[in-house]
Design a protein around this ligand. Structure first.
Ligand code: GLY
Length: 348
């Protein structure tokens, strides 16, 4: 996998790469949703000359597109259009588009190449990198999929202009997570920026996050061990996210993970001796980007019910990633349900 790093000429570099020998027989198909069709597609094809003849395929926005019926329609369209094994699928969008597109490319004629061009911050620093492809099944997220890396991930930060603030905050929480596990200096820098009211995400910060994610994936491409560090805040976050949808006041994925990281840091202080000041500072940063919830006892039970279904649990125990120090995550720690209740009650 090649990552074309985030600087303002990433699309021009992609254009040159696609004009090279490795792609001389390629026919391109671009996967978009309504947002990226309206806001990103014209910009992409104007900058990347080899894509000017591409056919495009549009899918519904969000998780709804990660469905086997939609994957089948896309396979049928590829077949009817005569796509062969040299064809390349270009996924232009956020994590849902790259999850679906990666899945479709991996299955079509036993696998064609695909390129991810993330248009969201979460996509640029996480979802588009690492070869996890996925569909949902019977209402459960990411139950079917392959590990299959994209040929290229092209990160073009100017696509972030098309995003609403809520989406940018969502990605900023994932960025804080990545720096918490992989680059304490950048973590402090980003916290200081956010506390000072500066929300301008710099391309070099995106590039650094992409590099950290890529390095983790290279050590554990099939997610058997060390890659779990990327799930800091996610066991709590998934429960918090699902509960927020249940009560009709939904958090974005990144917001829920951001709140979940408060719980993970709270337990890290108690179980692993993480300094309290790190928790206090992070809670302060998070509160600038999202309203921190106050859960009742009943709500903590509802969240726990969701957390018991987490894929990372084993032997009937809930497993979390915690931090010994910034830059020193510990994976697969069994956490007692009373500790979880306590952490959820102490978020704000
Ligand atoms: N988003 C976590 C991972 O790719 O493993």
């Amino acid at each position: 996998m090649t990552i074309l790093p985030s600087h303002l000429s990433s699309l021009s570099r992609l254009s040159r790469t696609l004009a090279g020998k490795a792609y001389q027989n390629a026919r391109y198909f671009i996967l978009v949703d309504e947002n990226t069709y309206n806001h990103c597609l014209a910009r992409l094809v104007s900058k990347v000359v080899p894509l000017q003849e591409a056919e495009f395929m549009e899918v519904p926005i969000g998780e709804e597109c990660k469905d086997i019926a939609i994957a089948t329609q896309l396979w049928e369209t590829l077949l009817e259009s005569g796509a062969d094994r040299d064809s390349v699928l270009v996924n232009l969008g956020g994590g849902c588009v790259s999850d679906l597109g990666g899945f479709v490319a991996s299955g079509y004629k036993r696998g064609i190449r695909y390129i991810n061009i993330p248009t969201t911050l979460i996509g640029m620093i996480d979802a588009a990198i690492g070869g996890k492809t996925a569909l949902n099944l019977d209402g459960y997220k990411n139950q079917i999929g392959f590990f299959n890396a994209p040929d290229i991930v092209c990160i073009e930060p100017t696509f972030l202009d098309t995003l609403p603030d809520k989406e940018l905050f969502s990605g900023t929480f994932e960025m804080l997570k990545t720096f918490m596990i992989g680059d304490p200096e950048q973590y402090h820098h980003l916290c200081d920026m956010l506390l000072g009211g500066n929300l301008e995400i710099q391309p070099d910060m995106i590039a650094r996050c992409a590099e950290i994610k890529d390095a983790v994936v290279k050590k554990d491409p099939k997610d058997k061990g060390i890659r779990h560090i990327l799930n800091l805040g996610h066991t709590f976050g998934h429960g918090i996210e699902a509960h927020s949808h249940q009560i009709g006041n939904p958090f974005t994925h990144g917001e829920a993970v951001g709140v979940g990281m408060i719980c993970a840091l709270y337990l890290s202080v108690r179980k692993l001796g993480l300094p309290q000041a790190i928790l206090d500072n992070y809670r302060n940063v998070a509160s600038k980007m999202v309203e921190l919830p106050h859960y009742s006892l009943k709500e903590t039970e509802e969240i726990l019910t969701y957390m018991r279904q987490d894929k990372k649990n084993a032997d009937g125990e809930i497993r979390c990633v915690l931090l010994q120090e910034l830059g020193a995550p510990v994976i697969d720690l069994a956490v007692d349900e009373n500790e979880i209740r306590d952490a959820l009650l102490k978020i704000s």
